[in-house]
Design a protein around this ligand. Sequence first.
Ligand code: NAD
Length: 358
Amino acid sequence: MAQKNEKTGGVVIAADLLKTYVASVFRAAGSESAEADIVADHLVEANLAGHDSHGVMRVYKYIDWVKAGQVVPNRHVTVVTDSGALVLVDGNFGYGQVIGREAMAITADRAMAHGFAAMSIRNAGHLGRIGAWAEQLAASGLASFHFVNTSGFGILVAPHGGSDRRLSANPLAAGIPVSGGRPLILDIATSVVAEGKIQVLRNKGEKLAPGLVLDGAGNPTIEPSAFYADPPGAIFPFGGHKGSGLSFFCEVLAGSLSGGFASNPGSPSAGRLVNNMLTVAFDPAAFGGAEFFSADVHRLIDWTKASPPIEPRGAVLLPGELEDQVRSERSRSGIPIDAETFHRIVMAGESVGVSAPR
Ligand code: NAD
């Protein structure tokens, strides 16, 4: 199912149809079939979760990067260091969706063998929605946390007290399995807004909320285009000095520790979007026991959600619950894509010989 809104030019498209179309674009751009499906699946799953900034909107950038040789199709992880519970892999500038998935499969094996595992990834292409990696581990019964940085191209965020771009959006994620239910997944950028969300507003012709972005002269702005001007603007970290401090440690734990570089316009990978990630995964059975973990998590969920809502029709949501709600709604009614974003995706597809879905 695909429907066009004649007034806005936007479309609403069923997840399966969108996956098939996007996979065909990546195949035409040089990916083997399995890789094209993995990348398409990850992007459409991000749309289903409501994170349009990390969904199919990325298709046109990824295709540009492939054409420029900045992302290399059909690359896989290379193990650099392996001491059992500690593994360092190089992503060889392959699609982050493939590199992340392969690295998380290694992490799950090691965490189950040793009770915990630390995985350091360097030189991956864009790792997309980081919550996906916590979900992959939770599906194996593992708790995990993840720190991510961008070593060169993705420098976007002003440090607390500063007025220009020095740090990356540096997301972090954490996830736990929940017996009998969906995993709980915290998945946040340390910038006050993810850069992709500024792109979404620019594509829709809408303004930013105040207090998110500085223009190239270091003045607050609500114009998405001011962020992309020359000189470019900067995004604030969330929570002032707290988000800024967390972001700094994402740089260190993901970038400096892996050998993939902290935010650095002079790094060898500057000019291409490179994600590095530190993942630490735990098997609850190896710590306080699987049964205790499960019961205590359920108790905590009930206790937390029982807080009386501050808004008359409000509710306490746990990490990942909003995404679950949007996922079930969009699985039923389709994924909305604004006209400008859809146009750019179609142009990217046509540039590699793939026509838009009818
Ligand atoms: P966000 O601000 O939408 O926050 C999402 C998190 O907050 C989720 O865990 C969600 O369940 C929780 N949440 C949302 N509303 C809630 C509520 N009312 N109550 C309780 N919890 C709530 O996310 P973001 O910071 O804009 O990040 C968006 C996406 O961008 C993420 O998937 C992130 O991984 C991705 N990202 C990736 C990169 C990269 O380099 N690969 C960089 C930046 C961001």
